[in-house]
Design a binder for this molecule. Sequence first.
Ligand code: IPE
Ligand code: IPE
Ligand code: MG
Length: 244
Amino acid sequence: METASKISIEAQAHLHVAIIMDGNGRWARARGLPRGAGHRKGVEALRQVVETAPELGISHLTLYSFSSENWRRPPAEVRDLMGLLRFHLRSEAERLNQNNVRLRVIGDRAALSSDIVDLIDNVETETRDNTGLTMVMALNYGGRAAIAAAARRMAEQVAAGLLDPRAIDPDSFGGALETADLPPPDLLIRTGGEQRVSNFLLWEMAYTEFVFFDTFWPDFGGRDLERAVSEFRGRERRFGAVGV
Ligand code: IPE
Ligand code: IPE
Ligand code: MG
């Protein structure tokens, strides 16, 4: 009995949950507030989710924070989002350390301003040895761009005579992605009512289970996360094989 429950807890303790945190703007509009107010409230929701995640057996939490397409928004909103990011990166390092959270950032840093890149480097270094939750922030991230970058890296190795093209397969290709050291997401949550992927972890989500919420991201809380995880646990994952 004791052994069985131990095994089931262990089996649950390595979940990778990815979240498309959507609906900040609509949350604000519904209240007659500027979109920025929704983004600020969204950061509070994020804090709560990060704190609840480990209790649910989540070891990795990947958060879509700014997509490579979000530059298409009005410049004032982009500035607002970047300002919020700066503030968050400056103020959160200590809290992340207190919670034993390791921060990783994925996405193309080249287009981010240099002070933000420095802040990212600092927080990644300061939290590197934390052994609790791994929080992955996708910033200026696009799934297609990530795949193209991996293809470019492999092509460069082939051109340099370091790689035999016949050695390119899903395993080695996955190893060339910047997410190579992360497990693939088990569960994707998208809030805000839309049911699409919006160029998030395209390669990595080949067998991810999706759970959608109509709730706008600023209203999302620990309870909702728990609901999504419990729905996930009720699913049968077959990975192309025959069910039990
Ligand atoms: C998600 O909320 C946050 C980011 C994309 C940065 P949105 O800003 O997309 O909110 P909606 O979808 O317009 O409501
Ligand atoms: C996806 O949301 C990106 C983030 C949550 C950071 P969007 O609001 O940008 O996606 P679309 O435009 O509705 O597909
Ligand atoms: Mg949106």
